[in-house]
Design a protein around this ligand. Structure first.
Ligand code: SAH
Length: 344
């Protein structure tokens, strides 16, 4: 039988687990602290547990299941791409992005993705399965241990659609945030959705405090539908209504992501329609120059992007450009496809 993975269990679940072994409840809290606060990856390190218990745990349980297949470093930016193998041989990727005093990890929530956005490499894998909570949280613990660092920011922008794996993602975010565990603040955790409207409402109603980002990519409904099939299920009006509901209910600002494609969504008309769409909302706008995946799309020239920014002016929302790092190692936004390239 497969060892029970304790990584991914909440404090309550670990307490119940301890009790199921005939141990006192507080052993669960000790396990919680070892796994998430001290980032232990073996039971032998857990020196305040009695030896027989440690041996039992070594036999029947595990702290994390991820196996590192490949780590690639971008000399250009310091970005690291981690390729992990899961218990069932599926592959997922996480990307570490250092930036001044920020240490961000971009994590995956699914193997593949069902949404089939035309411009994203993960879509080409189709959907295989959801990651469980442990597999999501373990990306954070593994990278921290491997690089000997403490991460400051987490973005759910790796492989998969977080809001199509809603419960495990929220559960994982809680563990990443827990003050007695990994301890990353709610405002330093970003969940990005392609626009799964029903779960934007759910997220708003449940009152979570992690930052929310929505991938817009076009101000026009028909065009958005042609590159993001999820927009056929929930159209622009429904999406914008959900965003408005979220910002009002949570009193939080939302970030719109807008990937810039040459000749597709970077015209003056687009800028003006985008401005009209987002101005009434409590939001930020994050422009992402397209990272090459398919020949069908191209990144606009620097000059065109500059012009687009100017055309947005004056905008009643802060605008930033996210120059994805790590495109030299296929680790930038939209380039994650869990590919293992054997070198040599
Ligand atoms: N499924 C979620 C999170 C993963 S993608 C979502 O869609 O939001 C994270 C961001 O990368 C999204 O804003 C997406 O639009 C963007 N993206 C996807 N492919 C890209 C590419 N080839 N170049 C640049 N950005 C891309």
């Amino acid at each position: 039988m497969e060892n029970l993975n304790l990584t991914g269990m909440s404090l309550h679940e670990l307490e119940r687990f301890a009790e199921s072994l005939g141990e006192k409840k507080f052993r669960g809290r000790q396990l919680f602290s070892w796994i998430y606060e001290k980032r232990a990856n073996s039971f032998s390190e857990m020196t305040n547990l009695a030896k027989p218990l440690r041996e039992k745990l070594e036999r029947d349980a595990a702290v994390g299941h991820l196996e590192l297949v490949e780590k690639t470093e971008s000399k250009q930016s310091g970005t690291h791409k981690f390729l992990f193998k899961l218990k069932d041989e599926h592959l997922v990727e996480s990307v570490y992005i250092p930036d001044e005093d920020r240490r961000t990890l971009c994590i995956s929530s699914q193997v593949g993705c069902a949404l089939n956005c035309a411009f994203c490499a993960t879509a080409k894998l189709k959907f295989k399965r959801n990651l469980d909570t442990g597999e999501i949280v373990d990306q954070v613990l593994f990278v921290e241990r491997d690089l000997g660092i403490e991460l400051t920011n987490i973005v759910f922008m790796g492989m998969g659609e977080p809001f199509m794996n809603y419960e495990n993602v929220i559960h994982a975010a809680h563990l990443i945030n827990h003050p007695d565990g990994i301890g990353i603040g709610t405002r330093h955790i970003v969940i990005s959705t392609a626009g799964v409207v029903k779960n934007i409402y759910r997220y708003a109603d449940e009152g979570h405090k992690y930052r929310l980002a929505v991938s817009l990519n076009s101000p026009y409904d028909d065009e958005r539908q042609s590159i993001m099939p999820v927009a056929k299920k929930w159209n622009m009006e429904e999406l914008i209504n959900a965003v408005r509901y979220y910002t009002k209910r949570s009193k939080q600002m939302l970030t719109f992501e807008y990937v810039l494609f040459d000749g597709l969504n970077d015209s003056a008309e687009h800028a003006s329609a985008l401005k009209k769409l987002v101005s009434p909302l409590n939001c930020k706008l994050n422009l992402i120059p397209y990272n090459s995946v398919l020949d069908q799309f191209k990144r606009p020239s620097a000059k065109r992007m500059e012009l687009f920014m100017q055309q947005l002016h004056p905008l009643n929302a802060p605008v930033s450009v996210r120059w994805s790092k790590g495109d030299d190692i296929s680790a930038a936004c939209g380039q994650l496809a869990g590919k293992y390239k054997k070198s040599g």
